[in-house]
Ligand binder design. Structure first.
Ligand code: GLV
Ligand code: MN
Ligand code: MN
Length: 406
């Protein structure tokens, strides 16, 4: 059993053109016109491969290759990207999933369990928060109404955008019976490249916490207002940014903390910032560490805002616990990596993935391939075709193992 490397490479090129940036990256935010174009292309390819395509109420796309019986082995990922992101995050998993199906067809292999390709809506959480929104709804962890009412920065509702691009489907977005869920993804860190290995056998995903903070200061003129009477929202926010960094260095271990979004009002040269909104992203393999980190955020925000005499609202609005994958699926991935002749190691993921929610409703697992320089969520994101070939072969063999030959 082998994949068609040239065909896979062409698919990566072609899909990667939709939303391509000048510097070789990708800006294809969820439910934009480019997302619609990319979905349309995927649906065409899925139909060409003979799959029965369906869309659910969150816009998740499913394409089933029939088996002789039983629930499907689901393989997939997402095709939305972050702004000025890369061409591999998400879309590589979807295309290797499609290549798995094409390779099964080429070899004339019939499987016991169906093999189903899935493309999840809004995995990135770049346009609508939180991340992994549609797999979260499917797993019953996020209410459909809450997801529908998520708004982008321009106030547009997710449900209206789903309808606008024609992907508000009829199928219920609920847990489906699954033999297993498998997702190939780029590692997005340096481990595999440093070890010179092509494949990561993923054993689990870190716990994730997202918070939003809004600081209300007093907007005033930058000239006539003496320093002693100011209540500057950005000064308090600046203290919070450095405090969030310090929480990671204080607790140590594997904890990582990031302030990635900062919006200043009115955001001009000659006004004291009246309000600031910012995001806090924290991750650690141990869920308890995030409890401690959240308490430290509470204290740091209270102290910074008290010093500047400003009001604030802090909301810890999203939390995913550490997610171990099913040993049965992890073992299948490991066997497949060995059979593919790939150098591999077991590891855990520092990025969130739809597999994290799928693990709540199915035996789940993931396959990683290396990221050059460990970089992702940037235009420099790159994975070599030799590694992709080994990863895709691992996916094919693991899917076949779990689906069983008919
Ligand atoms: C998704 O890319 C995440 O890990 O935030
Ligand atoms: Mn991704
Ligand atoms: Mn991503």
């Amino acid at each position: 059993m082998r994949i068609d490397r040239k065909r896979l490479e062409r698919s990566i090129e072609e899909l990667g053109r939709i939303g391509a940036t000048e510097r070789g990256g990708l800006s294809r935010l969820a439910l934009t016109d480019d997302d619609r174009r990319a979905r349309d292309l995927m649906v065409r390819w899925m139909r060409d491969a003979g799959l029965r395509v369906g869309v659910d109420r969150m816009g998740n796309i499913f394409g089933e290759r029939p088996g002789t019986g039983g629930p499907p082995v689901m393989i997939g990922s997402h095709i939305d990207s972050v702004p000025t992101g890369g061409r591999y995050d998400g879309q590589l998993g979807v295309l290797c999933g499609l290549e798995t199906i094409r390779a099964l067809d080429d070899a004339g292999v019939r499987t016991r369990h169906p093999v189903m390709l899935v493309i999840f809506t809004n995995e990135e959480g770049a346009r609508f928060q939180p991340a992994m929104l549609a797999s979260g709804v499917m797993a019953g962890k996020i209410a459909l109404e809450d997801a529908y009412n998520a708004r982008d920065r321009d106030g547009r509702r997710l449900v209206d955008e789903l309808e606008r691009i024609g992907y508000l489907g009829p199928e219920p977005c609920v847990p489906r019976p699954m033999r297993a869920y498998l997702e190939l993804h780029i590692e997005q860190g340096p481990v595999l490249e440093e070890a010179g290995l092509a494949v990561g056998v993923v054993e689990g995903i870190v716990a994730i916490s997202w918070s939003r903070l809004t600081i209300h200061g007093v907007q005033d003129h930058a000239g006539p207002t003496p320093m002693r009477v100011r209540h500057d929202a950005l000064v308090a926010a600046a203290e919070v940014v450095t405090a969030v960094r310090r929480i990671a260095t204080t607790i140590g271990g594997d904890l990582v903390t990031t302030v990635g979004h900062l919006a200043v009002q009115p955001d001009i040269v000659n006004a004291i910032p009246g309000s600031v909104a910012l995001s806090i992203d924290m991750r650690d393999p141990r869920s308890e560490t995030l409890d401690r980190a959240r308490e430290m955020v509470d204290a740091a925000v209270a102290a910074a805002c008290a010093r500047e005499g400003v009001r604030y609202e802090l909301e810890h609005y999203w939390r995913v616990p550490y997610t171990p994958f099913a040993p049965e699926v992890v073992d299948a991935v490991e066997r497949a990596a060995g059979a593919a002749g790939a150098g591999y190691r077991r590891m855990i993921s520092g990025a969130g993935h739809d597999a994290q929610y799928m693990a709540a409703i199915a035996p789940a697992g993931m396959i990683f391939v290396p990221s050059r320089g460990g970089r992702s969520h940037c235009e420099e994101e790159f994975t070599a075709m030799d590694d992709i070939e080994q990863g895709a072969t691992t996916l094919l063999l693991a899917a076949l193992d779990l689906a069983g030959r008919a």
